[in-house]
Write a protein that binds this ligand. Sequence first.
Ligand code: PHB
Length: 365
Amino acid sequence: MSDIAPLFRPLSMGGLELPNRVLMAPLTRNRAHSDGTPKAMAEEYYHQRASAGLIITEATQVSPEGKGYLDTPGIHEDSHVAGWRRITETVHAAGGRIFLQLWHVGRISHTSLLPEGVVPVAPSAIRAKSQVFGTDGFVDVSEPRALEADELPRIVADYARAAARAKEAGFDGIEVHAANGYLLDQFLRDGSNRREDAYGGSAENRARLALEVTEAVASVWGADRVGIRLSPFGSFNDMSDSDPEATFGTIYRALDKLRLAYLHVVESFPGSDSGPDELAALERLRGLWTGTYIANGGFNATRAADWIARGRADAVSFGRPFIANPDLPERYQLGAGLTTPNEATFYGGGTEGYTDYPFRAQEAA
Ligand code: PHB
């Protein structure tokens, strides 16, 4: 039998004691009210998953402009704070810990999802070959406009305000979403960033917005309660870079100085598995990071435990397995079978495929 014990070594992070290293990855589920307030069923959903070493919530927009999909939650209105507060309370009552993932989708949006007259914003006016889920199903993203340099302080302030609201809502910390082709990643990579100002050109310049946002959020929370998510080789949302290892080496080094709670890396993504060259580069990049490192992407318990045992990661986050197995850590610990997630209920809908996946105890009964 393989040794999964490393998954159950407690992990200290930012003054929090995680009882295991089986973390819940951020998962978009499109089940909030249309105004961005989490629904009551989200309380049960997160409560059911409170045995995760850490829950990282679904991506949550920092501003109306940052929204890109139907029925995703926000953290910019009082009603959002109230909805999230009920969620953090129920997770804490169950003994869990929960970080809020902050996102701004940038160019991955459609005008129908944005306030009247607002068009998606981006580092450069380059439309992604990508689709979003709107009121009429999947639609091509709208043509974005390039942000002016003097608008960027406003974007940073939107993140800082959202971070303060997350504190009001009782979260344990924040994850800055700088992965998967959304706004901060769009600035980072040269396939989407053709700017000629202080936010474009060199890798230092392209990393600037993500760093400013991270520092602003850290000034609200303390750096040790702020994590960041990156996807160095991800191509999701039409992303590319001419030299990913150099680009991400630059931001890893700059972030490492901030002494954050963690770096969370999407090492592989459904539909774009990392090849051997990418895995080798990810491993070299990993060597640049001295803090807590969370790996993500297509892991099972055995591989996760092996990565932790050899220090390749400190913890691993699981997405799809956590959708269908609310008691995932216990199942891994006992070597129990897993329920297969139903992809048809990933995005949108009600409690089916959301809060009705069985616990082991129910299966045994
Ligand atoms: C999605 O809604 O498909 C989605 C959202 C956030 C991600 C990745 C995918 O980071």
